[in-house]
Design a protein around this ligand. Structure first.
Ligand code: GTP
Ligand code: MG
Length: 552
């Protein structure tokens, strides 16, 4: 099982550093542990940010081609729709289900449920996604600065340092791009986590990398998202590159976040300064991208469009001041964030926390698991089962936003310090769960998948990179059970020889190592999968059956 890292950015002047002092540090380990050659290593991309865009455009040995007709677009839409709604294959018997008490039998204790009198803001995990260089980090840094999370002094420091390295325009992005390599290359490589409060939400920003080599890291962060901001570069040529059929990350990111279950997004059309705040340009982008987003199954009513300039601070937290922008009468970015519907949370289900990062302090014998609680609740003294190792530990302390807290509930991102477990048994890609309600640990799964726009067919024996929550494994297609009608989901052919673009199918995969997994019908977070090859997502899907499951 390999590691997917997120970095907590320490930009909040009013907040302490994590008491564990080592913030998640496996920033660039992600690709190093990739056990398949499908994804180029982090170091294979050029280190000069000036050639970055050329590299991205030219180097795409991409398998993705255009949606050439409305017909195909609609098929993809209905398929993603059915994936999102149900993961059942009609054949979902779990071999050892009888050993596990059903998660629906679980009765939560009173403290686990939300205290309605509590005036804590609802947490909103907000993924910032979009094509490379569209300005995601600059936008995030600017918001954090405007909302008081980056002090003036700190901002001056970033500006000075960025200028010294000849990267003056990246000053705001430096708040999120903390590693020397990210700064040198001018790109985000791992997801940066930071937070601010809006009127309605405690917003946790997940600033994702746009470069195609780091899509697995983007996936790791965006699986935690309740909502997303899709950042578009309005400049001439740049929007077009992002939406291009061959390798545009606007396209891939939009498809991915929708298939994670994110259904409300803000499209922030950034760099409006570069197109003289042209309404025509904004309208053109909205028209073209709107059609694509509909094909990904985003509803028009859940998509808001906000033109802005992160660099010039136009329309971020208040109305734009530039006269050329007077045609825009809609909400600012911050207002659009507050207009998101509050996310649904599984408070009354048994504890489930996919482990995103692990912090170890061997000298003090401490180990902390970091991640987002997908279901249930935790407090000091709670017993937790660590999977896949099977160790049972006790919660020693909890931290949210780098501050100690007494209770954490579904939706919260926390660091859980554990006692009574061997540090080596806690790993990224694993899961913390309720000792009486373990999830399955398995290396053989039945999936319902939707093949994206691939040029190479998927065959029996094909090796793909398999992603599920924060785990990544090499997967071999062991069986192609049946082809499904994209509209009805009914079986149209048994045992086909191969799968082509836009086909939907039931397949069985065998993984090189075991993963913590659940059927999509009982856990969305543990039942969604992505298959990638040659640096591109080739299929999205859901787990319909856990074929072999070993309990520890
Ligand atoms: P990756 O994380 O590597 O995908 O890039 P990113 O989307 O985070 O972009 P980043 O914030 O690093 O900015 C890329 C470049 O775009 C920098 O040179 C920024 O100064 C520039 N930029 C960002 N926002 C704006 C804007 O509103 N207007 C203009 N003109 N340039 C901008
Ligand atoms: Mg960035």
């Amino acid at each position: 099982m390999s590691v997917e890292g997120l970095k907590l950015v320490n930009v909040a002047p009013n907040l302490n550093k994590p008491s564990t002092s080592t913030a998640p540090s496996n920033k660039t380990t992600n690709n190093a542990n990739t056990s398949t050659s499908a994804i180029p290593s982090a170091t294979s991309a050029p280190s000069n940010s000036k050639v970055k865009s050329d590299y991205v455009e030219n180097s795409h040995a991409s398998n993705v081609e255009a949606h050439t007709s409305n017909k195909t677009t609609n098929n993809l839409s209905s398929e993603l729709n059915s994936m999102t709604v149900t993961g059942k294959s009609g054949n979902s018997k779990i071999d050892n289900k009888e050993k596990i008490p059903s998660r629906v039998e679980y009765k939560p204790e009173k403290w686990m449920l939300v205290d309605q009198t509590n005036d804590r803001l609802t947490q909103l995990n907000l993924a910032i996604v979009g094509h490379v260089d569209s300005g995601k980090s600059t936008l995030s840094g600017r918001l954090l600065h405007l909302l008081g999370q980056i002090s003036q002094k700190q901002m001056h420091k970033y500006e000075k340092e960025a200028k010294l390295q000849g990267k003056g325009s990246f000053a705001y992005a430096w708040a999120l791009d903390e590693s020397a390599e990210e700064r040198e290359r001018g790109i985000t490589m791992t997801v940066a986590v930071a937070y601010f409060n809006s009127n309605k939400y405690h917003v946790v920003i997940l600033d994702s990398p746009g470069h195609k080599d780091f899509v697995p890291n983007m996936i790791s962060g965006a699986t935690q998202a309740d909502a997303a901001i899709l950042v578009i570069d309005a400049s001439l040529g740049a929007f077009e590159a992002g939406i291009a059929s061959a390798g545009g990350q606007t396209r891939e990111h939009a498809q991915l976040i929708r298939s994670f279950g994110v259904d409300q997004i803000i499209v922030s059309v950034n760099k409006m300064d570069a197109v003289q705040y042209s309404k025509d340009r904004f309208d053109t982008i909205k028209l073209q991208l709107g059609t694509f987003l509909r094909s990904c199954n985003f509803r028009d009513s859940n998509v808001s469009w906000v033109p802005l300039s992160a660099m010039e601070n136009q329309n971020l937290v208040g109305p734009a001041s530039d006269a050329r922008f007077s045609w825009y009468k809609g909400p600012s970015l911050l207002e659009a964030i507050d207009a998101f519907q509050p996310p649904a949370r599984e408070y009354s289900k048994p504890l489930l926390m996919p482990i995103c990062d692990v912090i170890k302090l061997p000298s003090q014998g401490q180990v902390s698991a970091c991640g987002k609680l997908e279901a249930g609740a935790l407090r000091n003294g709670s017993k937790v089962l660590v999977l896949p190792s099977g160790d049972v530990g006790t919660v020693r302390s909890l931290e949210r936003d780098s501050l100690p807290c007494s209770v954490a509930r579904a939706g919260d991102n926390v660091a859980v310090s554990l006692q009574g477990v061997d540090a080596s048994s806690v790993m990224s890609g694993g899961v913390l769960c309720h000792p009486d309600f373990p999830v399955a640990v398995s290396d053989r799964l039945e999936l319902k998948i939707l093949v994206l726009d691939v040029q190479t067919p998927i065959l029996i024996g094909s090796q793909l990179e398999f992603h599920i929550h924060h785990a990544k494994e090499v997967a071999k297609v062991a069986k192609i059970v049946s082809l499904l009608d994209p509209k009805t989901g009914k079986v149209t052919k048994k045992s086909p020889r191969c799968l082509l673009a836009k086909q939907s199918a039931i397949v069985e995969v065998v993984l090189q190592g075991e993963v913590c997994v659940d059927e999509f019908s009982s856990s969305r977070a543990l039942g969604r999968v992505f298959l990638r090859s040659s640096g591109t997502t080739v299929a999205v899907g859901v787990v319909t059956r856990v074929i072999t499951a070993e309990r520890n």
